[in-house]
Design a protein. Structure first.
Length: 196
């Protein structure tokens, strides 16, 4: 079962920053709204993410940052590389099926950042929450996202229709699932490899 987000003590106890080899994942603030709206305002991003509007304005970014603060979404992170924001990664824990989502500004695609950020967020989820599964989806026309999910250990679980705000319609989505057991085996395997 997921932990109760209304518990201030638990939220304060969770780390607010996740560091990976090249990236820092941190909570977005109102100081980031210009950058978030500039990065997110691209149809290639909106058409592959379920809830991003297009065009994406600074007001959309303000509403997003306020909502993450208000609802205690301590699993939503701005991704930074060398202190430059490059995108967002987050886990929506508002339903029993916790779901991973991510996007990067187009100029930052193709450098492995999404995989690295997704791994950081996944570790955070399994280390800080007691959920047993993490879900994710990629449009069937989105091989980059599917690759990221598979590299993180997600397993395909079927195809569903999901509504995409920017499309104004529903479209087929490959659904994926990562269990705590698979995550934990992959972690042990990669730390054993590092020690060799
Ligand atoms: C999906 C997205 C986050 C990928 O970002 P990224 O930093 O380029 O991803 P990575 O570099 O970590 O990994 C992408 C992988 O897909 C591969 N890939 C990229 N485009 C591809 C394509 N058209 N066909 C096949 N594979 C492709 C890359 O080669 C890479 O695999 P590799 O490491 O084995 O070479 C980025 O394209 C994006 O923001 N897209 C729009 C939003 C989105 O789709 N979000 C995910 C849905 S929630």
């Amino acid at each position: 079962m997921l932990q109760d987000f209304s518990s201030a003590t638990l939220q304060e106890a969770r780390p607010s920053v996740v560091a990976t080899e090249r990236l820092t994942l941190r909570r977005p603030t109102l100081a980031d709204v210009r950058t978030i709206s500039r990065l997110a305002n691209d149809r290639r991003i909106a058409e592959n993410t379920r809830r991003l509007p297009h065009p994406y304005s600074q007001d959309d970014a303000v509403a997003f940052v306020r909502a993450t603060a208000e609802f205690g979404s301590d699993s939503v992170f701005l991704i930074e590389h060398d202190t430059t924001p490059v995108g967002m990664v987050g886990i929506d824990c508002s339903t029993p099926d916790a779901e991973l989502g991510f996007w990067l500004g187009v100029e930052h695609w193709g450098r492995g950042f999404a995989t690295e950020a997704a791994r950081g967020a996944i570790d955070f989820f399994f280390e800080e929450f007691d959920g047993d599964h993490l879900h994710a989806g990629a449009r069937v026309t989105n091989p980059a996202s599917r690759n990221v999910l598979e590299k993180c250990g997600f397993q395909w679980s079927g195809v569903k229709l999901h509504r995409f705000l920017a499309l104004g319609s529903s479209t087929p989505v490959d659904c994926f699932r990562l269990s705590r057991g698979v995550w934990s085996s992959l972690k042990s395997w990669s730390s054993a490899r590092r020690m060799r």
